[in-house]
Design a protein around this ligand. Sequence first.
Ligand code: ZN
Length: 347
Amino acid sequence: MNSESRSNRYARQIQFAPIGADGHERIAKSRVAILGCGALGTVAADIMSRAGVGHLRLIDRDVVEWSNLQRQSLYVEQDAIDGRSKADAACERLSAINSEIKVEPIVADVTSSNIRGILKDSDLVIDAADNFLIRFLLNDWALSTATPWVHGGCVGAVGQVRLFRSDGAPCFRCLVPEPPPAAAVDTCDTAGVVGSATHVIASLQATEALKWLSGNRQAVRETMLSVDLWSNRIRELKISLSSQSCPACGKLDFEFLDGARAVHAESAAVLCGRDAVQISNPSPADVDLAQMAKRWNGLGRIQSTRFFVRLFLDNKHLTLFRDGRVVVTGTDQISEARTLCDRFIGG
Ligand SMILES: [Zn+2]
């Protein structure tokens, strides 16, 4: 390849008037963190690397599995065979796509004690997380550092997108004041997910990010966009709540960031001598066990009692108690237990 053809790499992006040479220059100087390297994260990372974002940091605690290949576009079969770390495999592929940018893999479970270090110096964060609670932590961190982030979520064929500016405009908690109780929301493992839908949502996230990074902030969508690709419904949700009443952006009470309310592994403990991990619910609630059993239908053998509902997987089982506590049996790895919880219980 000669240098002339290399210099043409961004020609079509620069040709697009709202971006232009100035916008591209800004994109090239940007540092973006992508939280999660699953269906949304891989597609967003692919777009951002090709657009020439100067520094991409990819964060994920999981390894590539066969069930990821249906939609997680940076991975190939060998990654699943080798059980590679997602962040590592994704970064290697991004380097092959664009050798001019810097990519940085971080294999970690994001918690209130490490989020500041993990997201340090990011100009923008793309939320491609597979669990709901982490967004409350990300929202706190983003407000405390005035960093914009692009929320995205997708289950089944339904997804939603919005950029939160963290500059006085409504925040994520203005829209969702409290985390939903366990078993109240579907996950990709309980309801399935269509690969084309996650590509659409990730593309919308990347577009909002490129608008912001290229200096086209007036073009950023001010509403939460919700798209149902299967039943052809598109909705725009305006967030009109007064920010004064919001615990995060109104009262500046960053309870998830300061650890007063736990997310993730902080609330998990290995149960001695039992080959099991217990994950406590940070906001104990009366969980609807019958509803959870219904969502698990078809995924494996289910045992229901008055006190808990249990799902048997290959060599592990998950027991969800009425207070939201979960015991994952068959592992002593907190991160693996947490992943199974996020996948099969959500919340
Ligand atoms: Zn708020």
